[in-house]
Design a protein around this ligand. Structure first.
Ligand code: ATP
Length: 736
């Protein structure tokens, strides 16, 4: 099948597309219109659909053949069916060995990007379940949330038609180190408040110490009858996580004693964390390579070492580039030399012809797309450029993934549970709540795109609260305590399957995109001295690996964007604690990054005083649910108010250039940072702050003291928004 875009390869217009399934409208989205054989088509969920009378019908057949990984033909992906440039595909034997090894086998799998480590991990898990292991006998740990999410999604694909396996796979818990450690420490007697008050690393170090010391037998008992341990992304475990893995291996699978097996997967060329990690005594942990060596030497001949070579992600030229650069990174050259090669490769990439702006993402190849940057500041600047000056968010979803800007937990939690009175709802109560909420005419329509099926919703809530997925009741206070943990709802994060993701390279780890644009920022960007978020602080070896990770995220198209596109370069400064915000003083204006965790007052969304009583709160909550999608990317204005003698800013939706509907208000954290920034220079706090946008609508909670009305008093779960962007304001001199 041949595909052309309208007008000789360029998309002329973006259209509203009503998406229908089973005769019902499930959502309305915007898509570039494309021409396929026989008429217009649009891309939805990575497939091409016939577009007729303003809608697409998901019950019809998609136009593209549903190939292996389900991407649309005719996009950048089409090139992938070409023969690969990399001939080294003789790894079928290794793949088969990994898939079929028995549970007791101890295996180390080393493989480059796109070779299917995550896929193999999923197949290994499915193989073990097929061979008779129960989900509880498996422990699957990974470094990052995105890896956990990807692995969880892959599991549903590898199950095959055997019902039992599929059912069992749904109960395999795949966790980040952070969340597994949290659970273990709780079971060992730690209180949630104490555990949450510390850094994840401190919790991990404590569990490692307990394994080595007094509580070894308790940890062993709590770990249960584990028969196999799977660890993905082993290269990123230097530091406390690496120490934990070594301690766990020694505890569960002691060398020389048969029993529990393990599969450890990783790629030393993609090590981007922990080069400079230090222990509590200030000593530097060993580098990534050292941890491989330690496993190799501890298990010696008892270890089955496998290598994967074939790149399933990238088309021929990109697979060739990846293989060449991997050779350089794993070779003997000095780190500075490796970094030079990576930089030259990025500098040699083609640049998009159109300047970055709101139209930029409507053109070009179909497929999902990412812009990757080194720093949060760069990601934010790219975002600003893409949004332009429009008050409403763009028609194609654009999402930011950068440190400090975590999305709120999904909105469906508050939508289902806000009116809950019981502190411990049972499964059957939940069924009634679900039926009630989804049965309300309009509500059902708004919820369609937000809400998972009932059994999935229950399992996710159970898991997030720390209970087993088949638990018969859930503790709402446990759920609240863990709601803001970063990986509490790994399956509800946007998958990046549609639209554009703007991400730091670190956050893009383990992900893949049809089209990747790497922001090629200059060396001096973002490094103005000690107060800044400074890429200059990373070692040459680490930065080379970071560049390599960026290059290898692309499946079909890889291009570079010149750093000048986001000029002036972002600079960041430190505030209280570890908080960093980008900041500029320019031509009488200040430009300050806002929307960090803790910048908004959680009670601002349900405070009756702020919203003219309980009816106003209800109306806002309904508004947020009804407009959840439309509000993404919408501009807000912050207007200063005094509350108990302290300045706070009310958050209003922006209409034209004026404040419109009130949504919430800022928290004291932002006031303190603004005071620190302005007072020392003799300026007063600004009346109005412009140009921030809504990142998304989600669930908000808080354990802090605050008089709430029902229903929020019992559930303490309600809807709110998170913000992102650079707030603009004109500082005024304090009157003397
Ligand atoms: N055996 C296979 N056959 C077909 N496609 C595969 C196979 N294995 C993996 N893939 C596909 O190739 C892509 C890359 O796989 P995967 O993400 O598992 O690689 P990875 O080694 O984990 O990559 P990275 O290290 O870059 O995160 C995915 O789209 C996956 O679905």
């Amino acid at each position: 099948m041949s595909w052309r875009h309208w007008n000789g390869g360029r998309t002329l217009s973006t259209v509203k597309v009503v998406v229908r399934k089973s005769g019902q409208v499930i959502e309305t989205v915007a898509r570039p219109l494309r021409e396929a054989e026989g008429g217009p088509a649009v891309v939805y969920r990575r497939r091409f659909w016939r577009y007729a009378a303003g809608s697409i019908d998901l019950d019809s057949r998609p136009l593209a053949p549903d190939e292996g990984n389900g991407r649309p033909a005719g996009s950048a992906q089409e090139e992938r069916s070409e023969p690969r440039a990399v001939p080294a595909t003789d790894d079928a034997g290794d793949r088969e060995a990994i898939r079929t090894a028995s549970a007791g086998v101890r295996m180390l799998v080393e493989a480059g990007p796109g070779t299917g480590k995550t896929e193999m991990a999923a197949q290994r898990i499915a193989g073990l379940i097929r061979a008779g292991l129960s989900p509880g006998q498996l422990l699957v740990l990974s470094f990052s949330r995105s890896a956990v999410r990807t692995l969880t999604r892959r599991l549903s694909r590898v199950a095959g038609p055997e019902d039992r396996v599929l059912e069992e796979l749904r109960h395999v818990s795949i966790r980040t180190f952070d969340s597994w450690v949290f659970r273990m420490l709780r079971l060992l007697g730690g209180t949630p408040s104490a555990l949450l008050a510390r850094e994840h690393d401190a919790n991990i170090a404590e569990l490692t110490a307990l394994i080595a010391g007094s509580r070894r037998d308790d940890v062993r008992a709590l770990a249960g009858d584990r028969r196999h341990l799977i660890v993905d992304e082993f290269q990123d475990l230097p530091g406390v996580r690496g120490e934990l893995v070594l301690a766990l291996l020694e505890l569960l699978a002691p060398p020389g004693h048969p029993g529990c097996g393990f599969t450890i997967l990783g790629d030393p060329a993609q090590a981007i964390y922990g080069f400079a990690a230090r222990n509590t005594a200030g000593a530097v942990f060993p580098g990534p390579a050292e941890y491989w060596k330690r496993v190799l030497s501890a298990y010696g001949a008892g270890l089955d070492v496998r290598t994967l070579r074939r790149n399933y992600r990238a088309n021929a030229p990109l697979a060739g580039l990846s293989a060449k650069l991997r050779g350089v990174l794993l070779g003997p050259r000095p780190d500075e030399e490796k970094l030079r090669v990576i930089r030259e490769s990025i500098a040699a990439l083609p640049a998009p012809t159109q300047p970055i702006g709101p139209d930029w993402m409507l053109n070009g190849d179909a497929g999902n797309r990412a812009v990757l940057t080194r720093t949060n500041g760069e990601a934010l600047r790219v975002m600003q450029k893409l949004f332009g000056s429009e008050v409403e968010g763009p028609m194609i979803p654009v999402r930011l993934r950068a440190g400090g800007h975590a999305l709120l937990p999904p909105a469906w939690i508050a939508t289902l549970l806000r009116r809950l009175r019981s502190p411990e709802p049972t499964r059957s109560q939940f069924t009634k709540i679900y039926a009630h909420v989804t049965g309300q005419g309009d509500m059902a329509t708004h919820l369609k795109s937000l809400l998972p099926p009932e059994d999935v919703a229950w399992a996710r809530l159970a898991r997030a609260s720390g209970a087993a997925e088949d638990t018969s009741s859930i503790s709402v206070s446990d759920l609240r305590a863990r709601l803001n943990w970063p990986d509490a709802f790994p399956d509800d994060q946007p998958s990046g399957e549609e639209g554009v993701i703007i991400s730091t390279i670190h956050q893009s780890k383990g992900m893949e995109f049809d089209i990747v644009t790497i922001l090629d920022a200059r060396d001096d960007d973002g490094a103005p001295g000690e107060d800044s978020e400074a890429p200059a602080k990373t070692s040459a070896g680490e930065e080379a690996s970071v560049g390599y990770v960026a290059i290898t995220r692309a499946g079909g198209v890889l291009e570079r964007m010149d750093g000048d596109a986001i000029h002036p370069p972002p600079r960041s400064r430190k505030f209280q604690g570890e908080r960093q915000r980008l900041c500029h003083w320019r031509a009488g204006w200040v430009n300050l990054e806002m929307g960090l965790r803790g910048d908004l007052d959680p009670f601002g969304f349900v405070n009756p005083v702020l919203h003219d009583g309980a009816a106003g709160v209800e109306s806002l909550q309904e508004f947020l649910l009804e407009n959840a999608r439309r509000l993404e990317g919408h501009k807000v204005m912050l207007c200063k108010q005094m509350a108990h003698g302290k300045a706070l800013w009310n958050v209003h939706l922006q209409r034209g250039s004026s404040p419109d509907r009130l949504i919430g208000r800022t928290a004291h954290q932002l006031t303190y940072d603004l005071m620190r920034l302005l007072s020392e220079k003799g300026y007063s706090l600004p009346k109005t702050i412009m140009n921030l946008r809504i990142a998304g609508v989600g669930t908000v909670t808080s354990e802090a003291e605050f008089e709430l009305e029902e229903p929020d008093r019992s559930s303490r779960l309600w809807l709110g928004v998170s913000l992102f962007g650079m707030g603009d304001f004109k500082p005024l001199r304090k009157k003397s």
